[in-house]
Design a binder for this molecule. Sequence first.
Ligand SMILES: Nc1nc(O)c(N)c(N[C@@H]2O[C@H](COP(=O)(O)O)[C@@H](O)[C@H]2O)n1
Length: 205
Amino acid sequence: MILAQREYKLQDVIAFAKTDGKFGGLSNMAPGYNLFVNEINIQSSEILYQACRFPLFPHIQEELIRTQNPMDSKSVSRKYATLTRQDWDIVRFRIMRWCLEVKLIQNFPKFSELLLSTGDKPIVEYSTKDSLWGAIPQSKEILVGVNALGRLLMELRAKIQTGALIQASVIYPLDIPAFLLFNNKISEVHNDDYFIHDLDEIYAY
Ligand SMILES: Nc1nc(O)c(N)c(N[C@@H]2O[C@H](COP(=O)(O)O)[C@@H](O)[C@H]2O)n1
């Protein structure tokens, strides 16, 4: 991803800041978009993304997933920040794209409808402090930031619009070192995957 800042006119964009409201589901923090990866139930794309920071530390992944709360998972991540995978800055945008694709195919009717309802407008995560994943106000009318999340969401929207990603899709694991969940390689994700194991079961295997 190109990390160039962009400027957006607030009146021309679909901006989301919180998980409520018409476009709140675009946030990684939004409830109601459960994910299933390696048969593990993960409460939100934010928690999945944070779990991917710590592939060599299953106990951290467990703590993250057990929070069942994206903001709490960010606090857990901060606590263990020094254990973040060393190539995180290189791989994290690919990982976020993958998380969003998983969110889409496993919540296709709701999430695709939401994405398509944004039309062709720029999608922007409105933030007061994060100009990497979102864009921050420079004045009452102008937002400035890399808006990486908004750009990935627009990319996803385009894949739906062109039919490149449809409900029956499979999302393949990323070809990066140590793409692991609980010491297992992350496998293909399907739209009809479903929760089998709770966290107390996983260590029994
Ligand atoms: N609500 C909220 N608080 C923050 O402090 C944030 N940085 C964000 N942005 C979202 O956080 C995710 C990125 O996390 P990292 O900063 O890479 O750990 C991503 O989902 C952003 O949309 N939101």
